[in-house]
Design a protein around this ligand. Structure first.
Ligand code: NI
Length: 179
């Protein structure tokens, strides 16, 4: 799968609810493969052109968890606290921004089998969930910073947008914490 870059209207869509769970395992496998290929730690379905409320996350390089995560029809139901952390995004290559988000979230979601759950998350996993939920609602990290900071990356955004319209993928990227 090809990761869609900034400038594509797909990234501004509010994604549709998943109602048919039968094809999810294949789609989720493809999404994990794409995420690992791109060296990301999280990926939202609309980043690969799929209009569904679905995300995959793997933060197992940290000590917090060993698991990979798939969240379907996710919704943040409560949040509290503040934290600032530098984020990257596979759809906005090479741009790093300090993003302020709640430190804790209460998150309602369905598993890949359709089971409903509600749990609290914090740390890198909590942050990754918030970043991907933003994607699924058409929100990007550049919307979460001040106009001044946005101005500072304006030129980079224009270049990504231009490449996105030419359907080219930027090469030679080295990234660590990209979501
Ligand atoms: Ni992202």
């Amino acid at each position: 799968m090809v990761v869609i870059k900034y400038g594509d209207p797909m990234l501004r869509k509010k994604c549709a609810k998943v109602t048919d769970f039968s094809n999810l395992p294949i789609l989720v496998d493809d999404m994990f493969d794409t995420m690992y290929e791109e060296e990301g730690i999280g990926l939202a379905a609309n980043q690969v052109g799929v209009d569904l409320n679905l995300m995959v996350i793997d933060v197992s390089h940290t000590v917090e968890t060993d698991d990979t995560h798939t969240f379907v029809n996710g919704e943040i139901t409560d949040s509290w606290g503040d934290s600032v952390f530098e984020e990257g995004c596979l759809s906005i290559p090479e741009v790093r921004l300090e993003v302020k988000r709640p430190e804790f979230i209460k998150f309602k979601y369905q598993t890949i089998d359709g089971n409903e759950k509600e749990e609290e998350f914090t740390g890198l996993l909590g942050r990754a969930i918030q970043h991907e939920i933003d994607h699924l609602n058409g929100i990007l990290i550049i919307d979460r910073v001040s106009p001044i900071v946005r101005m500072q990356v304006k030129k980079q955004l224009k270049e990504i947008e231009k490449e996105s319209k030419q359907k080219k993928t930027p090469k030679d990227r080295k990234e660590s914490f990209v979501l």
